[in-house]
Design a protein around this ligand. Structure first.
Ligand SMILES: [Zn+2]
Length: 231
């Protein structure tokens, strides 16, 4: 998948991705293999991976959840009320000529009119908070019982995953890759299972513009696969 690397994106650069962000989804098989064979320092760390993999929530969103964020449906599925979704801070530059806003603080030239915007100051903007409807996590899904056990053994009002963000990162990175890849994997999975962008917006709290980016990823994968029948 060439062109899907953001070189120099330090947040994602590690020994596993020396080039920065890599956008290859984690398959169900890779996930299950990791749960069964991967290294976890504490048994509860597996439950953290299960929650991230199925719910597609952000690392930080998972770290604040308490036992009270979870309930059980009459069918026995886990109902997960994520609560307020993370506010993201973005940096925005506005092209002085065409007034188009750019979300890339390091942009040197306006993509529309080519005006030099290297000297334009990037402004901090907070995106609106959103709430999503509670998510249903099917108890029949592979390893969901691990998450259920972790929730049940958490005290009232206590965090289910009381970890430092670095620990959370390491739990996932030790076995697979960086945590955000779970989010990408679930979104692309939903798209290839014919869930609509609106449905994915309701699940993730992402904007439709952001989901568009993932749609593009799935499209290229399926376009590639469509050539598999060529002889
Ligand atoms: Zn412009």
């Amino acid at each position: 998948m060439s062109g899907k690397f953001w070189k120099g994106h330090s947040k994602y650069r590690s020994s596993k991705n020396p080039d920065g962000k890599v956008e290859i989804p984690i398959s169900d098989v890779d996930f299950q293999k990791g749960i069964k064979e991967g290294t976890f320092v504490k048994p509860r760390h597996k439950a953290f991976a299960v929650l991230l993999f199925y719910s597609a929530i952000r690392n930080g969103e998972a770290l604040r959840v308490t036992r009270e964020n979870f309930s059980t449906s009459p069918e026995g599925d886990i109902i997960f009320d994520v609560g307020e979704r993370f506010k993201k801070t973005r940096y925005r530059k506005t092209c002085p000529k065409c007034l188009d806003p750019w979300n890339s603080p390091k942009a040197s030239f306006c993509k529309c009119c080519g005006t030099d915007i290297s000297a334009v100051e990037a402004i901090k903007v907070k995106t609106k908070t959103t709430r999503t409807a509670p998510l249903t996590l099917p108890i029949s899904a592979a390893h969901m019982d691990i998450l259920q056990d972790a929730i049940r053994s958490t005290g009232k009002g206590e965090k289910v995953f009381p970890y430092h963000p670095n620990t959370a990162y390491n739990i996932i990175h030790r076995v697979w890759n960086y945590p955000h890849l779970f989010r990408l994997s679930r979104i692309t999975w939903f798209l290839s299972h014919k869930q609509t962008p609106i449905q994915i917006k309701n699940w993730t709290g992402l904007s439709l513009a952001a989901i568009d980016y993932y749609t593009g990823l799935v499209d290229t994968v399926e376009m590639g696969k469509s050539m598999g029948n060529l002889r």
